[in-house]
Design a binder for this molecule. Sequence first.
Ligand SMILES: *[C@@H]1O[C@H](CO)[C@@H](O)[C@H](O)[C@H]1NC(C)=O
Ligand SMILES: *[C@@H]1O[C@H](CO)[C@@H](O)[C@H](O)[C@H]1NC(C)=O
Ligand SMILES: *[C@@H]1O[C@H](CO)[C@@H](O)[C@H](O)[C@H]1NC(C)=O
Length: 467
Amino acid sequence: MEALLGARLTLILSIFVFLSLITTSSSQQIQILNAERRIDLTSHIVTVFLTLKVENDGTAPATEVLLAFPPTQADHLAVVKAQAAAGKRKKRTYVPLDVKPTELPDAPNGTKYFIISLVNPLNSGETATLEVFYILTHSLEPFPAEISQSEPQFVYYHDSAIILSPYHIKQQTTFIKTPTAKMESFTRVEPTNRASTELKYGPYEDRPPYSFSPIIVHFENNNPFAVVEELVREVEISHWGNLQITEHYKLVHAGARHKGIFSRVEYQSRPSLSGVSSFKHLLAILPPRVHSVYYRDEIGNISSSHLRTDYRKSELEIEPRYPLFGGWKSTFVIGYGVPVQDFLFESSDGKRYLNFSFGCPLAETVVDKLTIKVVLPEGSKDPSAVAPFPVEQHLETKYSYLDVVGRTVLVLEKKNVVPEHNSAFQVYYTFNQIFMLAEPLMLVSVFFFFFVACVASLHIDLSISKR
Ligand SMILES: *[C@@H]1O[C@H](CO)[C@@H](O)[C@H](O)[C@H]1NC(C)=O
Ligand SMILES: *[C@@H]1O[C@H](CO)[C@@H](O)[C@H](O)[C@H]1NC(C)=O
Ligand SMILES: *[C@@H]1O[C@H](CO)[C@@H](O)[C@H](O)[C@H]1NC(C)=O
């Protein structure tokens, strides 16, 4: 009995050792010859370009490359993309690569990983250049956390001077770009250089896997920290020619909180000095050919909005009733109609599909939670959505007047949405033409009954008046 148990244990142990050998060997066979990272801190949405020249040091071909992030950063990642670059400068071509979050056992200090799948496996001794792009939201921390109307806004950015990686990096450099040259302080990890709006960390040579060197950059950033805590976009399809869009916004200024009283006089008389981090205009990019545009808040319609349209897009500049300072919120609704033939098509298998833009129409905005409700015409069946990134989805039913069976609503949800997500998504569904007649038939029958009722009451009236 004991011998059996022992044998089992050794078997389990050897499987375990074998598995861990596989995982370590797959990460050990890669080394990074050169890494260049460019961090852009000019807006409140942090974008990072990382160029990696990787080499397969092992004996077996490598099909995957791992990216590592500290857990605090991983929570704020909105987008991670990668592509492989081939060819020299002028003839350079790019192949998009699949990137997925993944878990590894024994991740040091809670490191989070993404796995890049290579289209062409990297043979022993070969090198490849990978370009990684990622976006971080809510990663600039206002300090001081509260400012008065006359003060500019300063923020902290935390990162590591040395790129976190499960691989050995032979040589690396990091550049950090700030919106202005006004920098309170930054951590030095020699060599560190500063030239106007750019900080340069490195080059650093031969850093072993999981090297980390925390840095803090404290700098001025007065860009509008526009965050939509919740956005609900309703897209209602009518086969009678219109696509009606209604968008409910809960907007907040996520920068340093405003302290003290707000003086409109000072705000208007010294616009370059007063409330530099506040915002009073928002730009919404809408489709071309929009009509019946409105913009209203709790109080009513706001007419101070300007609409410019051309054949590519429409721009709606909206102005809330008061400028938004740090911590202030604004709740409003934007509505518009567009011709349905611009967005509704028929697929080769006879299904209908809506091809519309995902994301938030407001420029330079982070959306914490986005919900898109696609209201299909009555009688539509089997809806399915296709989006270029993972979204949660479920079905609801909506009733409006003249509806007999109600309309199917496909609800799509995504958290942490940035302008990079403003790409097209599709909703496919089947539709029976007979339902096109449902609404007119309803109308006709309503009129018919109304007519009958009128005639009936007339008869009663007549019979009364005869008396
Ligand atoms: C994990 O974090 C601790 C404390 O922050 C640090 O001393 C240690 O070097 C880190 N280990 C690794 C492998 O990064
Ligand atoms: C607001 O504007 C829309 C579109 O122009 C209009 O349909 C609606 O009646 C207006 N509402 C109010 C309260 O003025
Ligand atoms: C959807 O529209 C975009 C442009 O807005 C276009 O590039 C794309 O090909 C369309 N997709 C489909 C499936 O029609």
